[in-house]
Design a protein around this ligand. Sequence first.
Ligand SMILES: NC(=O)c1ccc[n+]([C@@H]2O[C@H](COP(=O)([O-])OP(=O)(O)OC[C@H]3O[C@@H](n4cnc5c(N)ncnc54)[C@H](OP(=O)(O)O)[C@@H]3O)[C@@H](O)[C@H]2O)c1
Length: 227
Amino acid sequence: MKIIITGASRGIGKYLMEMFKKEGEEVYGTYLNTPPDEGGENMSKVNIGDYNEVKTWVDSIVKNDYKVVLLNCAGTNYNGFAHKADLAKWKSVIDINLTGTFYAIHAVLPLMRESGFGRIINFASIVAQKGIPGTSAYAASKSALWGMSKSIAIENAKKGITINSLNLGYFDIGMITEVPEEFLALIKKEIPTGQLGNPENIFKIVKFLIESDYTNGTTIDINAGLF
Ligand SMILES: NC(=O)c1ccc[n+]([C@@H]2O[C@H](COP(=O)([O-])OP(=O)(O)OC[C@H]3O[C@@H](n4cnc5c(N)ncnc54)[C@H](OP(=O)(O)O)[C@@H]3O)[C@@H](O)[C@H]2O)c1
């Protein structure tokens, strides 16, 4: 099995790459602006918003005789109230979080269909479920993953392929750790446990989705009961 991870230079993608490597899996990842650690193996520079780069990366790793798992971790954010949002920045969130995710899926699907196996896991967010001021671009990009995945799930269900999305709450890793302390305190107050999530929860559910051949086109909330 080969596990390929977009956005593996930081945060959740990097964590999952390390965890799967420890378990002896063959893992490949991408970076863009954050160079990999010294000796970082199997890391390629790929802009997920550029289809040719994504396709070249996928084709360099994936052959049609492999079982492949695609983890779409690459993501970005732009905060701004809708009425005064910078249009270019707004669109770039859609281009990376939605279209970039689709590019990776588009590049890998024909190979998965030929091999008769595939697991695709998208990283969505509670932000799209809750409605949080200033997050229209991010929320739009993440909720779009749900509908997109349902369609792709049905198209490929007879080919041994599943596609699902994780709606992550707030984890003690990645972009959340960059939130200013005063906002972080407000977020923690809302979480029923009062604490950010341990990313091991994400790892365990990713492993479950890899093992399951009957969980398809759906979403799993990992948020400690925060809604
Ligand atoms: N952390 C959380 O609690 C949380 C909560 C809800 C949802 N999520 C979602 O989970 C995923 C991972 O989040 P995270 O917190 O780990 O994020 P992060 O720490 O900000 O890391 C983002 C990753 O995406 C990559 N990336 C960004 N733009 C890219 C592009 N155009 N092309 C290729 N790679 C690009 C970055 O690469 P470079 O740095 O190399 O450019 C980096 O590896 C995201 O989709 C995020 O929306 C996270």
